[in-house]
Write a protein that binds this ligand. Structure first.
Ligand code: DGJ
Length: 750
């Protein structure tokens, strides 16, 4: 249960829930100061002592009025330009050319629940008692600006959501040059930094480093949240593990340019800043205008990294994702991309779909290449009209035929992009993001449409909505295959070009909002050359995201493992693809490919006709397995058990809310010869309950192993049962890249 205690002298706000206490006090002079952020503590009349004693500064460093400089304080929304020499949360250009804003306390309000963020994705509540919001109103009377800081404390999970809103209350025109969503000054730096980094086909690899003096940060200045860095960071105490110890996680609900950084200062304090990246950002505020920052979500856990992840998973799964698909198990689909790429015909598509139907697959998704002159990636992007030479009966006809097979139909789109060789580009060359007089950089032969302009968004909406209205479409895969270069809009005056990156992403959000409002039953999956925009902002509109273009099961193990630090299993698009893998050339068994893809939305990305009859039977059995267990896998509590980044074996598991059922995935990269069978210690079970344990065999059947108490499984662990075949009386090892799936269900006794 959450509460906000208010104490008058000095004015102090103690935000508290089941796990977390966050304490703010108004400091002498009026700046809001940070007193405590960490494990829940008792409330008391005053926390003034937590400010600490004034530093023994030399006389030269003491201000004329005897007070200490701001750089010795821990502050909630500081600005560079006075006596705080750390990076600030806000910067406000005024007509006289100065940028300093000293936002001093003015008033506060406490609201039940959580207000919505206009035009931006954000977590939400369904009942007012789920959260309480503190609004701190600060004013800079010289600039004539109001700053509202929003702090929403959720009832559970150690979750606090923050954002800021700046309002120009004066007569002059102001320009916001920096407006962070979150600033947090911690009193020490005894933490290890964790961020998720990578590249195309190897997204979200965790990086761990000690926090030391100076700067550490991740960012995107690509226009999308990016493959390279994710809008997330965490600080864990040096002895924190997956299962125990303190960790603070920060996640930005935003899909565009972001900055997430830590600065360890001369006092050993750590300043965390998270928000829109100030690079190439500015926002003009005329008298009366306001600017709302995106939301940053902070999680405190003393149950290790898994504890932090479970809080993010629960919040994002249930109070960020919206719509009818939020709580529904995800359809098992087959996508034709890796099977056909651009070489598609209605006949071939129907053949793939028909075979998939025989295996119990529920949806067929038609990927790139169905429209305009898009027979390769060199032409047609932007012309959202079915190509008759590929689809004689259009999308409408194909969707009806697929539906008649007893399957749902899904479609790929890439609404934000255009090939120069397209009707759209020829008709509207000024609808492209590019700087006049400069060469435009093409990636994958395509340009980025200027989604900061509402007429561009309207036009794309018109073309897409027509297809969606006419056809039987249950799912949309919304792709985005390049980042932004030469960011400039022909529709904005010179002084407002700094708004384009943010306006672009607002345009993307606006199109999503229109489409999901008009077609609420369609399941959207976001994608950006794989996982280039896998962020919380997207999850508000699209309940799932294509995790990576790398579908090699061994690589995917790592990518899904890293992704699970923040994002729930129900959000991770995961498919079984053909071998040798298109990305790695590796041959991983069909068993392991399915066993990795189970921990996601599950589907296939191959032509089933190229498989042997025995493999097709395995596909049917795996599809049936996923149908039977997807509620638990996608909506249970997920725990990481062994990291693929640390050794040969990796493991994870999901446990039902009542802890009566669990599924464990255990994966072995290289086969270890003549070594004892490894064990895997489970977690999250009831120690005193007995669990019947079954192993999913190589052929997809379930083999009973017996009943074991939860305490044994969590302490002695599960013993590996490698899939060995018997030839001429000898056991033959499974070889490299093997996996084991264990199914646990509570049973009355041994
Ligand atoms: C990139 C996506 O990640 C792939 O899955 C596929 O849809 C291609 N684009 C199509 O161009």
């Amino acid at each position: 249960m959450q509460q906000i205690f208010v104490h008058e002298s000095p004015l102090t706000f103690h935000l508290q829930n089941d796990a977390l206490s966050y304490i703010i006090a108004i400091l002498p002079g009026g700046l809001p100061g940070q007193l405590y952020c960490g494990k829940r503590i008792h409330d008391r009349e005053s926390f003034a002592h937590l400010r600490g004693k004034a530093m023994p500064f030399s006389v030269a460093l003491t201000l004329a009025n005897g007070s200490v400089p701001e750089e010795s304080m821990r502050l909630e929304y500081p600005c560079y330009g006075s006596s705080d020499y750390r990076q600030g949360a806000v910067s406000l250009l005024q007509e006289n050319g100065s940028r300093l804003a000293a936002f001093m306390y003015d008033s506060y309000e406490i609201l039940p629940g959580k207000p919505r963020l206009e035009g931006l994705p954000a977590t939400y509540v369904e009942a007012p008692e789920e959260a309480t919001t503190l609004v701190l109103r600060l004013r800079d009377r010289v600039a004539g600006a109001l700053c509202e800081l929003y702090y929403t404390i959720f009832s559970g999970g150690g979750v606090l959501a923050r954002s800021a809103r700046i309002v120009n209350e004066g007569a002059q025109t102001l320009v916001l040059e920096r407006a962070m969503s979150l600033c947090l000054d911690l009193p020490d730096h005894d933490y290890e930094w964790i961020s998720l980094n990578g590249a195309w086909a190897r997204e979200r690899t965790p990086a761990v480093a000690p926090l030391t003096a100076g700067f550490q940060g991740v960012e995107s200045i690509r226009g999308n949240s990016s493959h390279q860095n994710n809008p997330f960071l965490a600080f864990r105490r040096p002895h924190t593990t997956e299962h125990s110890g303190e960790v603070l996680g920060f996640s930005l609900v935003y899909s565009g340019n972001f900055l997430a950084q830590a600065q360890v200062d001369q006092n050993g304090y750590t300043r965390v800043l998270m928000g829109i990246n100030p690079t190439w950002f500015s926002w003009e505020l005329k008298s009366g205008d306001s600017f709302q920052t995106p939301e940053a979500v902070m999680v405190y856990s003393d149950e290790g990294l898994n504890g932090m992840s479970r809080s993010f998973h629960r919040l994002y799964r249930a109070r960020l994702v919206r719509g009818p698909w939020r709580d529904r198990p995800r359809p098992i689909l087959i996508n034709n991309w890796e099977a056909t790429e651009f070489d598609i015909s209605e006949e071939h598509i129907l053949k793939i779909a028909g075979k998939a139907r025989e295996c119990g697959i529920e949806m067929f998704v038609l990927d790139d290449g169905w429209f305009g002159a898009r027979r390769s990636d060199r032409a047609g992007l932007g012309d959202w009209v079915p190509a008759p030479e590929v689809l004689p009966n259009g999308i409408r006809g194909l969707s009806e035929k697929v539906t008649a097979l007893g399957m749902k139909f899904g479609l790929w789109i890439e609404p934000e992009m255009v090939n120069p060789d397209s009707d759209l580009y020829r008709a509207h060359p000024d609808w492209i993001l590019r700087i006049p007089g400069r060469r435009e950089t093409l990636f994958r032969n395509q340009c980025v449409l200027d989604f900061s302009r509402s007429e561009v968004v309207d036009h794309i909406h018109g073309m897409l909505a027509k297809i969606l209205r006419e056809s039987k479409i249950s799912y949309i895969k919304w792709d985005m295959n390049r980042s932004i270069t030469e960011c400039f809009s022909a529709a904005l005056p010179p002084r407002r070009q700094g708004e384009v990156f943010h306006r672009y992403i607002l345009g993307v959000y606006a199109l999503y909002e229109r489409l999901i409002s008009e077609f609420p039953d369609i399941l959207f999956e976001s994608c950006a050359s794989g996982g280039g925009r896998f962020d919380p902002g997207m999850l508000y509109y699209a309940p799932q995201a294509w995790t990576s273009d790398d579908t090699d099961a061994y690589e995917r193990l790592k990518i899904q493992y890293g992704t699970s630090l923040v994002y729930p299993v129900s959000a991770m698009g995961s498919h079984v693809s053909a071998v040798p893998s298109l990305q790695s050339g590796r041959r991983v068994s069909l068993r392991m490919r399915a066993d990795v893809a189970f921990f996601g939305t599950f589907g296939y990305e191959l032509d089933l006709d190229t498989l042997t009859p025995a493999e097709q039977e395995a596909v049917a059995r795996d599809t049936a397995f996923m149908k039977a267990h997807r509620q638990l896998i996608q909506f249970g509590d997920f725990y990481r058990l062994a990291s693929p980044f640390k050794g040969n074996d990796a493991g994870w598991m999901v446990v039902s809310g009542d802890r009566a059922a669990a599924i464990v995935g255990w994966y072995h990269a290289l086969h270890a010869v003549n070594t004892p069978a490894p064990t895997l210690r489970l977690t999250g079970l009831k120690p005193d309950a007995a669990y019947a344990v079954a192993l999913l065999s190589g052929d997809g059947t379930e083999k009973k192993l017996g009943a074991f108490y939860g305490d044994e499984l969590m302490n002695a662990g599960l013993i590996s049962h490698p899939d060995q075949s018997e030839v001429d009386g000898f056991l033959h090892p499974a070889g490299d890249f093997s996996s084991e799936i264990f199914i646990l269900s509570e049973t009355p006794g041994e």
